[in-house]
Write a protein that binds this ligand. Structure first.
Ligand code: PSU
Ligand code: MN
Length: 309
């Protein structure tokens, strides 16, 4: 039911590091032509770190782990590519459709392929106003369910970050700051929210992950990496823009799956592309860090296999 690219399969067998990458950011998160350039840039960053990239999506109803460049171009360009989470994954497969996988659906397929490291931009989480709307991303459900080191730049700052952090704790997902003691806020390096866990080197993450899974836990380790300093937008500079974009979404009754893509596009327009540059920079940086972790994990796997996790 799932197709694994030969390069990815042989990397997994030969215990070379593999990094899973998602495709919703390609189809719905970034505008053309930045989406294609960034998808290629993330794959290059993983390779430069010594690991093999596996971008994941649905082609004609088939989940593909390790999309080739033609398939990535099609996902970026077609207008009939669904945004796939846990609730509609089976439906799109059964219908033979095309799909771009969110963090949630990518994590499911990452675990199916026995890949242990995954990189994205910012995870979904508890939306602001969730007390009324109940809009909480299935990314959180997936993070609680699949044993993968998930590398991100924190939750998207369009969300309610304190509530997202509380939800992650409730779900038993360790949130680890990478060379930081604070939760990064996607476009911004700091959110003011302190983290209990911190790691400064890939080896520390790998040891934590193997200990966590070795104890029988099934959840992800969420590694949060601040956006590179030169591309950061400090929170004080972007918070008004986020609030205005949220208000516009409310006025236009935009909700559900359309909300996150709408907000990201609004913010990019209102910052004249500055948020887009930050988003692209953090995606590539996360791919690089994930590649380094995957390489260490692959070495460690030769001693302590995670294949039965
Ligand atoms: N990171 C980005 N851009 C994105 C996303 C992540 O830099 O567009 C996507 C991910 O696929 C994530 C999704 O799972 O946004 C969250 O969507 P929602 O809030 O509707 O669950
Ligand atoms: Mn949602």
């Amino acid at each position: 039911m799932i197709s694994i690219a030969p390069e990815v399969a042989s990397a997994l067998e030969g215990k070379t590091g593999v990094v899973a990458l998602e495709s919703t950011v390609i189809a719905h998160g970034l505008p053309s032509p930045h989406n294609l350039e960034t998808a290629a840039g993330c794959e290059s960053a993983v390779r430069a770190a010594g690991a093999v990239p596996a971008t994941i999506g649905l082609i004609d109803g088939c989940p593909v782990v390790g999309l080739n460049s033609d398939q990535i171009r099609a996902i970026a360009g077609r207008s009939d590519v669904a945004k796939v989470n846990l609730a509609n994954l089976a439906q799109i497969i059964a219908a033979g459709g095309w799909g771009a996988t969110t963090v949630a659906a990518t994590l499911h397929l990452t675990q199916t392929a026995r890949i242990r490291v995954f990189a994205t931009g910012g995870i979904g989480g508890v939306h602001r106003g969730a007390g009324e709307s109940f809009d909480i991303s299935s990314d959180l459900t997936a993070l609680a369910s699949y044993p993968v080191v998930t590398v991100c730049a924190g939750a998207k700052s369009i969300l309610d970050l304190p509530k997202t952090l509380e939800a992650l704790e409730t779900l038993g997902v360790p949130v680890v700051g990478y060379q930081t003691s604070e939760l990064p806020a996607f476009y911004s390096r700091s959110s003011g929210l302190k983290l209990d866990l911190r790691a400064d080197h890939p080896v520390e993450i790998v040891r934590l992950a193997l200990t966590h899974w070795g104890m029988g836990f099934r959840s992800s380790i969420l590694l949060v990496v601040p956006v590179p300093e030169e591309d950061e937008i400090p929170y004080a500079e972007i918070s008004d823009t986020i609030d205005e974009s949220l208000k516009m979404a409310t006025d236009r009754s935009i909700s559900g799956k359309a909300l996150t893509p709408f907000l990201l596009a609004q913010i990019a327009e209102r910052t004249a592309g500055r948020s887009l540059r930050a988003n692209i920079a953090l995606l590539k940086n996360n791919a690089r860090v994930a590649g380094e972790i995957a390489r260490v994990m692959a070495d460690e796997e030769k001693i302590r296999p995670t294949s039965e996790v």
